[in-house]
Design a protein around this ligand. Structure first.
Ligand code: BES
Ligand code: MN
Ligand code: ZN
Length: 500
């Protein structure tokens, strides 16, 4: 993991060097501890604000180099807008914004966790810290050269100043676990497919054993025995063998049914024989973002000792064109017994999930299962990168996910499932076909396909994260490509409703 930030918490006191970041509202008002620390510099800020037309709007900033009366090298005032309007999910964003304003060459920075209306609460302070940490992540392990004038970026010491440092540190403990989970997921998504193929993915997942997560790896032989021909058909054209990984965290009551999270782990998706166009195909190294989220989440749950029994299942394959690749027209028998006619080999994610979902419901009888998958381009057409598509057979589960989305900022938007869409995937030759055959409602027909592999009416939700998993998610808390999307959402949903 490439971390650019070393975080610490301390009481309020005026820093002697480095960069100082403070918050003000849209009346340019500071909190009392901030005002005290700034001393005479408050007037300087007022004059600079006027000159630069700085109004304290959310995420805007005013910067002063070598401010007179202070020992710091730079003072950065970040606007919060109306402090009374700050919602829970805004604090993590503000932490990202604050770190983002610190020049990359700075070795140390102090962020004052105080708002005009009130001292930051421990949870808010911890969210600021998490936001800064996520913002600091970069994926540069394959860069061997520096641009002219560039210095090798070193980790910077970031101190969060707060009234009660001990309380903030305590609140941060669980965020540290979640933050690690997000960064693990990002690392997996960013890693190229020549490095991260199914077997290697399984090895990385197995590192969760260090966190006391039980990890089982199913190889091709084991999956054949279980009848997972839908998953295996996708991988059969690859030089790399497929794997399924089952992760178990038992933090809850003995014998209590687990929650189950399932991820699409297509390490590279060429489309197979129905090959994709060349432009942008490199993005398909991220077609395992769902599986990456599952690994990150399992890490988060274990590292923060969540009082829940949780199962993670990921199907890892590589979808390649080859003499041995699956053909359009092929018919495979899934683990469920249902036969699938392959119309388009590029609709491979649903084939992987068909067996993973069936296996999970039958083996673990979970309270519910949620799958995450970069499943369809159609969901990006519908929702862009700002919401993941949510499909579910359960209103309660949908509500819990929607609420956790609003709390964390990892937003989901519910889309329909309805039997009217089923005729689009009825097959002439088999029980079901793997695409609807037209472009219409592509994300829905994909979800409709998955639903046929949800055994025993298990409460189930499908998150189509084709838009959320990577790319264009350059936000205040992520400047890398892989987003690690879903780790915070699912951790929160579990914390809110499923911990004993
Ligand atoms: N992995 C892709 C979906 C995708 C596209 C994810 C862009 C992220 C960004 C998926 O396997 C796929 O190819 N889906 C096809 C389905 C079609 C063949 C029915 C699609 O969306 O075009
Ligand atoms: Mn595909
Ligand atoms: Zn795919």
């Amino acid at each position: 993991m490439n971390e650019a930030v070393k975080l610490g918490f301390a009481g309020f006191s005026t820093p002697r060097d480095g960069v100082l970041v403070v918050f003000c509202d849209d009346d340019l008002k500071f909190g009392p501890a901030t005002r005290k620390a700034l001393g005479g510099a408050v007037n300087l800020i007022a004059r600079a604000a006027k000159a630069e037309n700085f109004k304290g709007k959310r995420a805007s900033a005013l910067e002063l180099a070598m401010p007179q009366g202070l020992d710091v090298t730079r003072l950065i005032v970040v606007g919060t807008g109306k402090a009374s309007e700050l919602k829970e999910r805004d604090f993590i964003t503000l932490g990202g914004t604050a770190l983002g304003k610190v020049p990359s060459a700075a070795r140390s920075a102090t962020i004052f966790a105080e708002f005009s209306s009130s001292a930051a609460k421990p949870d808010q302070t911890a969210d600021l810290a998490l936001g800064a940490r996520l913002r600091g992540y970069r994926f540069d392990r394959y860069k061997t050269k520096l641009k002219e004038g560039e210095t090798k970026p070193e980790a910077k010491a970031v101190t969060i100043a707060v009234a009660d440092a001990a309380a903030a540190r305590k609140a941060y403990a669980s965020r540290a676990a979640i933050g690690e989970g997000v960064l693990i997921a990002r690392d997996l998504v960013n890693e190229p497919a020549n490095v991260l193929y199914p077997e290697e993915f399984a090895r990385r997942a197995a590192m969760l054993r260090k966190q006391r997560v039980a990890v089982e790896i199913l190889d091709v032989k084991a999956m054949k025995k279980l009848g997972m021909n839908a998953l295996l058909g996708v991988g059969q054209g690859s030089r790399r063998d497929s794997r399924m990984v089952v992760m178990r965290w038992n933090g809850g009551k003995k014998n209590e049914a687990p929650v189950a999270i399932i991820g699409k782990g297509v390490c590279f998706d060429t489309g197979g024989i129905s090959i994709k166009p060349a432009a942008g195909m490199e993005d398909m190294k991220g077609d395992m973002a769902g599986a990456a989220c599952v690994v990150g989440l399992m890490h988060a749950l274990a590292a923060r000792n969540a009082r829940v029994n949780a199962i993670g299942v990921i199907g890892c394959v590589e979808n390649m064109p080859d003499g041995n690749a699956q053909r359009p027209g092929d018919i495979v028998k899934s683990m469920s017994g249902q036969t699938i006619e392959i119309i388009n080999t590029d609709a491979e994610g649903r084939l992987v999930l068909a067996d993973a979902l069936w296996y999970t419901a039958k083996r673990f009888k979970p309270k519910f299962m949620i799958d995450l998958a970069t499943l369809t381009g159609a969901i990006i057409v519908a929702l862009g990168h700002e919401h993941a598509g949510l499909f579910s057979n359960d209103d309660e589960l949908s509500k819990q996910l929607t609420e956790a989305g609003l709390e964390t900022g990892e937003l989901v938007w519910r889309m329909p499932l309805a039997k009217e869409y089923d005729k689009a995937i009825d097959s002439k030759f088999a029980d079901v076909k793997n695409t609807g055959g037209s472009r219409w409602a592509g994300a829905i027909t994909a979800a409709q396909f998955l639903q046929r592999f949800v055994a025993d009416q298990t409460p189930w939700a499908h998150l189509d994260i084709a838009g959320a998993g990577f790319d264009s998610r350059q936000t205040e808390i992520n400047k890398s490509w892989g987003s690690g999307w879903g780790v915070r959402l699912l951790d929160r949903m579990i914390a809110d409703h499923y911990e004993s």
